[in-house]
Design a protein. Structure first.
Length: 352
């Protein structure tokens, strides 16, 4: 009996040892485990390091149990990596474009500065040329050449220069030589010189006389080539400096002293036939609209049409007269030109 009990004790101890050994072997590395960690899904025993190599310690998931969420996260991480790489490539491409644009902008700025310098140089050169021209004009005006000012019934003095004095001295010597020498060749030579000088003076006088007939103010000058040229001088226009001191504003009615009412005048033309009179125009205007006081004058025309100058008082009457609906079809209305009218009157007086 004692032997049987000992055998049972040995068997139970072996089973315990086998269970302990079995429980303390890592399912990942097949080594003994002191600090046991059990997987929550497969219920296997692992070292902590073996379990942490493939899973999270908090959830205690082993390496051979694949989590679906981990796959999704892995895919998301992969997509994020690819997107990040694409963004890096785009940023790099944009940086290259920006660098290229900056370099082109610098070139444009340099070209702009060069253009500004050229424009300034051109303006300075142009200003120097204008100043040079002004100085030349003042020198020509202040020169001591012979100037004949013709017009306004005045003639300027003749200023003698060195060339004129030399010509006169030559003429004096010529006269003395003609009186002393009887050589025919010398006589002919001096006569040719005198003839050329006389022709030049006659040409100058004829040009000046023509300009006086036209009523211009001219003078003769020598240019750089020692040739005479005709220079026209514009007449000065004088402005009337007499200003209006005051304008009456007293509204007391006095039939003998009344100010002139200001009228606006228009030209009415293209009226068919010559038989239309001033009374017809006045009657038509007052019959169509209440125009008020109207002055009508018939103008002379070359064709078979009639034309009139019409003067009305006030802006309202002027607007009515200048509207398209006021006049029959075909008649034209425009502002009256007093200059042409007075020129026509002056021509008529000169012909009579």
């Amino acid at each position: 009996m004692a032997n049987n009990e000992d055998a049972d004790d040995d068997q139970s101890s072996n089973l315990y040892e086998n269970n302990v050994k079995k429980e303390k072997v890592c399912a990942h590395c097949n080594k003994k485990v002191i600090d046991v960690v059990t997987c929550s899904k497969c219920k296997e025993i692992f070292h902590r390091s073996c379990l942490s190599q493939a899973a999270n310690k908090k959830s205690s998931t082993c390496v051979h149990v694949i989590d679906v969420m981990e796959q999704i996260r892995a895919k998301e991480d992969e997509t994020l990596r690819t997107e990040n790489n694409l963004l890096k490539l785009k940023v790099k491409y944009l940086e290259e474009i920006l660098f290229e644009v900056k370099s082109k902008n610098e070139v444009l700025m340099q070209n702009n500065s060069l253009l500004i310098e050229k424009v300034r140089g051109y303006e300075l050169k142009k200003g120097d040329q204008n100043n040079h021209k002004k100085s030349e004009n003042t020198n020509m005006n202040n020169s001591t050449d012979i100037k004949h000012r013709i017009g306004n019934k005045t003639q300027g003095q003749q200023v003698r220069n060195k060339e004129d004095t030399e010509i006169q001295e030559c003429q004096k010597t010529m006269n003395t030589e003609l009186s002393t020498h009887t050589d025919v060749n010398v006589h002919r030579k001096w006569s040719e010189i005198l003839g050329s000088n006389l022709e030049i003076n006659q040409n100058k006088q004829t040009v000046a006389e023509k300009e006086t007939e036209n009523g211009k103010n001219v003078h003769l000058e020598k240019n750089k080539d020692e040739n005479w040229q005709l220079v026209n001088k514009n007449k000065r226009t004088y402005k009337n400096t007499r200003k209006i001191i005051c304008t009456g504003s007293n509204k007391i009615v006095n039939p003998k002293i009344v100010g002139v009412q200001k009228r606006k005048w228009v030209y009415v033309g293209k009226i068919s036939g010559k038989a239309t009179t001033e009374h017809d125009i006045t009657h038509f205007m007052n019959q169509s609209e209440d125009i008020g006081d109207v002055h009508v004058k018939k103008l002379e025309t070359k064709g078979n049409n009639s034309a009139f100058s019409v003067g009305v008082i006030g802006e309202e009457a002027y607007n009515k007269v200048c509207s398209n609906e006021f006049w029959p079809e075909g008649i034209i209305v425009r502002e009256f030109n007093f200059r042409n009218f007075f020129q026509q009157v002056n021509r008529k007086k000169s012909n009579t």
